[in-house]
Design a protein around this ligand. Structure first.
Ligand code: FRU
Length: 485
């Protein structure tokens, strides 16, 4: 693994010419994806500024141009008419002010008064590398580029640690006010959410207090990327707790969970109506963000980073890493979120391939089950050995997913085997394969499992035991791998 100096990681990109060769080199990789948003060069991490505006979907990702490393971050901009066909638009927000001199960190978007606004964290660091996070805003100009305000909206509070970032902005009708949730860490290193509110979007922001989430005072040391949304008649709170291990999640200390409940803006209390669940049970899923202004009051749309902080992936050697998940539509059934890939993904289906025991690098596998024990192995060698094992245990109503059988193993210290508990007997797995990622939707979205995976040439086979009925569809490409900076 390459060691990067701070100087290399925080180098400012002066011209696109500096990374043309890098782009030319990485697009030759057999792991570049066909229908997922991925970095034009270097690293993409959190989704940012996700919103629908005038019929166009806007999405940004945290981008570090130089390689698969977390350094100086930009917001890289992509747009889509349908959430599947994405166009590279170039850098959206540059870290070019004193208040964001060490990165334009994560944030969100909202449309109001015929404009699209972005709220982000200006990651300022002093000469002695002390961090001062500012909450900043930008507005989408008529030229289609975000234009920053000339000064931050507010700075950090000194009764919390330096970890205060990732503004999620939203409007609360009943209060006729805008709100911002900020992910934070208390001075005694507990994960928190700080709430700000204002009558106007670009001025008048006041600290309203800390979000109370009864029962969650001790879960994790920092809550990154908090989000709140409404699905049907329930509120949902999403966040990525860090610096803690959670039951059933191996050695990982980074998670992305949700809680269903009720939000009271008078007391700033989110009252859970059931226990938290993992948004995704896979190895590589983090920093999920809900889209704004979807125009649908009954469901929400979510997108997330396929990757985890502190983890390392085989394409780092090629100087790129990380992509966005498929966007998913959220609804609620009982005490769990149902997550389905957006409808447009099914329009990518081409031919139905013969289910002859081989896999294509870009395809969808639909596997039917009868609720009894069964096993499906994807990416095995021709003799059926190795691969990504999916073992369903009917007694426990759980799929166990094991990637130890792959030729390319990675993040072995975090754990390579995880459970995906279901809410009903296994009937269906809808599996989206895109060269270096696999997303498994169980029972029409009852649970989801996302993982990076880097199959080698000899691994494009599958095998199963038990009553498994396999259908395979080719999928067409929907994201052009072009160089726009
Ligand atoms: C989450 C995160 C955010 C931060 C961003 C920086 O992955 O650490 O909290 O804003 O990444 O890239």
């Amino acid at each position: 693994m390459r060691e990067w100096t701070r100087e290399e990681r925080y180098r400012v990109l002066k011209s696109a010419d500096e990374i043309t060769d890098l782009h030319e080199r990485i697009i030759k990789s057999s792991y570049r994806q066909a229908y997922h948003v991925q970095p034009v060069t270097g690293l993409s991490s959190d989704p940012n500024g996700f919103a629908c505006f005038n019929g166009v979907w806007h999405l940004f990702y945290q981008w570090c141009p130089w390689g698969a490393v977390h350094g100086l971050k930009y917001w890289y901009h992509v747009t889509s008419p349908d959430l599947m066909h994405w166009k590279n638009e170039g850098v959206g927000i540059y870290p070019d002010c004193e208040y964001d001199n060490r990165g334009v960190h994560s944030g969100s978007a909202i449309s109001a008064d015929g404009r699209l606004y972005f709220f982000y964290t200006g990651n300022h660091r002093d000469e002695d590398w002390t961090r001062i996070p500012y909450t900043c805003a930008a507005v989408l100009g008529d030229d289609g580029k975000p234009c920053k305000l000339d000064k931050p909206l507010f700075g950090p509070r000194d009764d919390y640690s330096e970890h205060q970032r990732d503004p999620k902005v939203f409007y609360v009708e009943e209060k006729s006010r805008y709100y911002i949730f900020i992910g934070a860490q208390s001075l005694d290193k507990k994960g928190r959410v700080l709430v700000y509110s204002s009558e106007k979007l670009l001025e008048g922001w006041e600290y309203a207090g800390e979000l109370k989430v009864p029962g969650y005072e001790d879960l994790g040391g920092m809550w990154e990327c908090p989000c709140i949304g409404r699905v049907g008649d329930k509120d949902i709170l999403l966040f990525s707790p860090q610096y803690t291990k959670l039951p059933g999640r191996g050695e990982s200390t980074n998670h992305n969970i949700y809680i269903i409940g009720n939000m009271d803006y008078d007391t700033l209390t989110f009252s859970p109506s059931s226990d938290y669940r993992h948004l995704d049970y896979g190895f590589d899923f983090y920093a999920a963000q809900l889209a704004s202004n979807t125009g649908d009051p009954d469901s929400e749309i979510i997108i997330s980073w396929i990757g985890l902080p502190d983890n390392h992936y085989p394409t780092e050697e090629e100087d790129w890493e990380g992509s966005m998940t498929l966007p998913r539509r959220l609804t609620i059934q009982g005490d769990r979120l149902i997550q389905k890939p957006v409808d447009a993904v099914y329009e990518l289906r081409g031919d139905k391939l013969s289910a002859d025991g081989t896999l294509a690098p870009v395809c969808e596998v639909v596997a039917g089950f009868d609720g009894n024990d069964a096993s499906l192995k994807l990416f095995t060698k021709a003799d059926g050995s190795g691969g990504l094992r999916i073992d369903y245990d009917a007694g426990k109503m759980t799929c166990t997913i094991d990637r130890t059988g792959m030729d390319k193993r990675f993040n072995t210290q975090v754990g390579e085997v995880l459970d995906m508990p279901l809410g009903s007997p296994l009937k269906k797995l809808d599996i989206f394969i895109d060269r270096s990622s696999v997303e498994i939707f169980a029972n029409d979205g009852e649970a989801v499992f996302t993982t990076h995976l880097y199959p080698t040439e000899r691994e494009f086979n599958y095998a199963f035991s038990g009553a498994v009925d396999v259908e395979i569809w080719s999928l067409s490409s929907s994201v052009k791998d072009d160089f726009v900076v």
